[in-house]
Structures are given as structure tokens and as C-alpha cells.
Design a protein. Sequence first.
Length: 163
Amino acid sequence: MNALKVYKKIVDFAADIIYIFAILYALVHAPMLLGHKPVVIVSNSMSPTLKVGSIVYYTYTPEEELKQYDMIAFTYDDDDTLITHRINSINNGKFETKGDGNDKADSKLIEYSNIKGRVSNVFIPFLGYYVGYVNNNMYIIVCAVLVLIAEFILDNLKCFYKN
């Protein structure tokens, strides 16, 4: 077996793995087509309800539909970090939130304008580690594209080797 055939087998195997992980990534993000945005849980503040590494989905919810004990995704005015906690109470249009794993309510009250949406009760454990890793290491995408380009070239330039 010549070296080019061995190289092609290796590239084909790597490409198959890349396709599997790409499909998995796409499936995690597919609910966005219906308005459900994914969030990776990165702290234990909602434990034991939501474990670190889980993916949850939130969707836009009108203010009048939000009620006490709903899980919501929100940010604070001075920070873009998305937080997932429960509504502890609602007073004069201000929302007090608290993580299930926290002893006390959050120190800052939030306004409706900071709420991104209500979090669904559907979550996918562990998959957030994968999604977070890919999102934070974009060079993985570059490497995957290079492997797929190599596979394409090897599949379409058969004049360089004999079957």
C-alpha cells in the first residue's frame, strides 16, 4: 500500500469524526430556528437543578408572562455575562433572582430589559463542555476545515494514485 493511500485513509477517518462532531454541534443549535437560544451552565449556582456543563435553552418571554420561580436568563447592566437563576420575587417591576444552589438571593435587582428570556425545563447534561470548548477555541474549526479540504482534494484528484 502506498503512502498516499494510507494518508487518504487517515484523512477520511478524521473527516468522519469531524462530520459527527459538526452534526452534534448543529443539533445543539438547531432549536435557535424556533427562537430557543442555548446557554452553557458554567457555575454551580443552579445546582442541583442544573449541573455545570449542561446546556439549557431560553426563549423570549413577555414581562406579563414571567412569574415567581421561573428560571430566566439575564444580564446585569454593567456586564454581558449571561446568568441563569430563578425569579425569587417581583416587586414594582424589579426582579429579585436567586440560584437554586445559593443560600441568599442575588444582591442586585434586575429590570425586565435585562431579561433575555425564560429558561425551559429541557436541558442536556455534559454537552456544554463540548460546545464551550469549541466556542472558546476557534482554531479547532480551522483545523477541521483543513482536514475536510484535504479530504475533498484527495477524493477529487484520483489521478495522483491508482485504486
